[in-house]
Design a protein around this ligand. Structure first.
Ligand code: GDP
Ligand code: MG
Length: 654
């Protein structure tokens, strides 16, 4: 196999992006059938499709997990990665996008271009994935491909080029070709190359129409892919591969899916991650839930690897100066802002439930499973209610656990508005540690960072590193509502250890107490998650929307008219906008729609109200003490936070 591999054309991964029900699964089946990758055509309504293999997906008839399959066309291998369509799974869709060479954006030509499709197109642009538009369901009597195309041109803000492409239209999207065209001196090849160039750079979005159901237009779609994605031979080079998915197979084995950008991966390759060594066992080429083993993976391939336990979505496998390593995490744009409490209904204890949720979190890192010690609650972060239904079925089908979820609620966070000192001292008998910190407000979205201004003569590097570890090892709670602290720079100003008495864990106590003591003195700010939104309504309803937005503490840019519709872009709190899609659909009689994307945290619009409602008493939170412990005559005693500063042993900074 490997002798002719270097002659192999670079394989390609493609994905189908669409709103739920546009026909993704049906089109995937049709593509696999047309290319001979599957012998029988599966159907969504019969639940026998090659993709959508998970039981939950078959039962519900919607795609939740990005599944994949391999087919050949035009002498080239393609990996087809199916992506979830529901907004609650936009995070999964974004992770899959990072692995694509091109995306087919599927739009139901009987239903029009929904904001969700607009969002997917925007995410594709962000990840530099070229997009091909397929107008589906043209077999339906009420389909209107022409109108859908007009809508697409406006809403996607793209230069649409209907295929087969007219040279005049291609000349409008590619300058190099324009010259040849004007001189009347060009070949079909020139025109195709120009279109491919415009497609790959994002300057043009080619359009095809047809029916995934009847198979009309599917051959043309495949030919278009061959034409639009330039041919490249597989080249040698240092390894660079990106993890886009982590799954457990039917036997519970962890499978890490990677897309190889350059270089090659072989079974038994080893990778280092810090001081850990990870070894690849198998390379799997997946077709739905079945796979074949391969003896190598080359550029363009999207394969599953077994044997790795560390890498998560967004991580890379790289070959830097001969050493194979697992590196860096990529920040994905779609972040959940809601949390729900998980309760087992069948007597499963909390730690067993946590363990299973951690397995799901390994596959979906944004799930952010946490245990709130103060309330003894298990929380998961989610995008919306549909995701909760899926989680519930997953817990049942994979682990036999019957669980229920509370309605999702907004996750607040806290930060500070001005620098403040924080003092912590921990000295029960035969223990000793002191940490003096300065907390400074940091940029929105930057999280917690650490820095040291403390001289190593005053506190050794080891202890300083220990303090750093304690700063990062858990979420620190704010004093307004007990929500997670964020966007704070923690600066170590001074610290002291004892030659004999400092034990492991003492600096943890001192550091936690110092942060907490600082917060008690700080100007605290409550933060809440915000959405960036795009609302599309018939002009008659735009007035209503423009008065609703400020009433929900939102803001918007000047509205734009798009044909008969008005587009309003803006930003507002998740708490007030969470149910607006429903309201909008109802008062526009289904004509209007909205797309919401997480846009980070910002000052809470109704902080007073939330603080009162939460009823959090920082002094009563015994898990997060702000006081210090000193020692006198062989016994430890508590010094309350508001008296702690003057008791500290480290000399005060000038
Ligand atoms: P997905 O949610 O995007 O994966 O969409 P599915 O492939 O599950 O299709 C949703 C529904 O639309 C199913 O009932 C399909 O049979 C139907 N469907 C998909 N493509 C077409 C098409 O081209 N024409 C017609 N008439 N129905 C289609
Ligand atoms: Mg589907």
């Amino acid at each position: 196999m490997s002798e002719h591999n270097h002659l192999r054309k670079r394989s390609r991964s493609i994905g189908i992006l669409a709103h739920v029900d546009a026909g993704k699964t049906t089109l995937s089946e049709q593509i696999l059938f047309c290319t001979g990758a599957v012998r029988a055509l599966g159907r969504v309504d019969r639940g026998d499709t090659a993709m959508d293999t998970d039981q939950i997906e078959r039962e519900r008839g919607i795609t939740v997990f990005a599944d994949q399959a391999v087919f050949e066309h035009g002498g080239r291998r393609y990996t087809l990665i199916d992506t979830p369509g529901h907004v609650d799974f936009a995070a999964e869709a974004e992770r899959a996008l990072a692995a694509l060479d091109a995306a087919i954006l599927l739009v139901d030509s009987s239903g029009g271009v929904r904001p969700h499709a607009v969002m997917l197109a925007r995410l594709a642009r962000k990840w530099n994935v070229p997009v091909l538009l397929f107008l589906n369901k043209c077999d339906l009597a009420n389909s209107n491909p022409e109108r859908t195309m007009e809508q697409a041109a406006q809403r996607l803000e793209a230069e649409l080029v209907p295929m087969p492409a007219d040279p005049e239209r291609v000349a409008e999207v590619d300058e190099e070709f324009l010259e040849k065209y004007l001189e009347g001196d060009f070949t079909v090849e020139d025109c195709n190359c120009a279109l491919s160039r415009a497609f790959c750079s994002g300057a043009a979005m080619p359009v095809l129409k047809g029916s995934a159901m009847t198979g009309d237009g599917v051959d043309e779609l495949l030919d278009a892919l061959d034409l639009l994605l330039p041919e490249e031979n597989v080249q040698e080079g240092p390894l660079d591969a990106r993890v886009y998915k982590v799954r457990r197979d039917a036997k519970g084995k962890r499978v890490t899916f990677v897309r190889i950008n350059s270089g090659r991966i072989s079974p038994r390759d080893t990778f280092t991650f810090g001081d850990q060594v990870e070894k690849i066992h198998e390379i799997r080429i997946y077709r739905g839930n079945r796979f074949e083993l391969a003896d190598e993976a080359l550029p363009g391939d999207a394969v599953g690897l077994t044997g790795l336990t560390v890498p998560r979505c967004g991580d890379r496998l790289q070959d830097a100066n001969g050493a194979k390593t697992i590196t860096g995490r990529t920040a994905f744009e779609t972040q959940p802002a809601l949390a729900a409490r998980v309760t087992a209904l069948d007597g499963t204890n909390d730690s067993a439930l946590m363990e299973k949720l951690r397995l799901l979190e390994d596959e979906d890192p944004q799930l952010g499973v946490t245990y709130d010690v103060s309330t003894k609650e298990i929380l998961v972060r989610v995008m919306g209610p549909v995701q909760l239904e899926i989680l519930e079925s997953l817990l049942a089908s994979r682990f036999g656990i019957k669980a229920s979820f509370s309605p999702p609620r907004v996750l607040y966070r806290e930060t500070i508005a001005a620098p403040v000192m924080g003092y912590g001292h921990y000295e029960p008998l035969r223990h000793y540690a002191e940490t003096n910190l300065r907390l400074e407000p940091a940029e929105r979205g930057s999280g917690i960072s650490f820095e040291s201004e403390c001289h190593v003569d005053d506190l050794t590097v080891n202890y300083q590193n220990l303090i750093r570890t304690h700063v990062f090892e858990r979420a620190h709670r704010g004093v307004l509502t007990g929500s997670e602290l964020t966007d704070v720079k923690v600066i170590l100003v001074a610290g002291r250890a004892h030659l004999k008495h400092t034990e492991g864990g003492d600096f943890r106590e001192a550091t936690y107490r110092a942060i907490r003591q600082g917060l008690m003195n700080a100007k605290n700010v409550l933060l809440e998650p915000y959405y960036r939104f795009e609302i599309l309504v018939p002009s008659a309803s735009s007035g209503r929307v423009m008065s609703d937005i400020p009433a929900m503490a939102g803001e918007f840019d000047p509205p734009e008219t798009l044909g008969e519709d008005v587009r309003i872009r803006g930003r507002g709190p998740v708490a007030t906008f969470a149910d607006y899609s429903l309201a909008l659909r109802s008062f526009t009689h289904g004509e209007g729609s909205a797309m919401f994307l997480m846009d980070g945290y910002d000052t809470c619009h109704n902080a007073e109200e939330v603080i009162v409602q939460t009823g959090y008493d920082p002094g009563a939170d015994t898990e997060q003490p702000a006081s210090s412990v000193f020692c006198s005559h062989g016994a430890g005693f508590n010094v309350p936070w508001n008296e702690a500063e003057s008791w500290m042993h480290c000399p005060k900074m000038k």
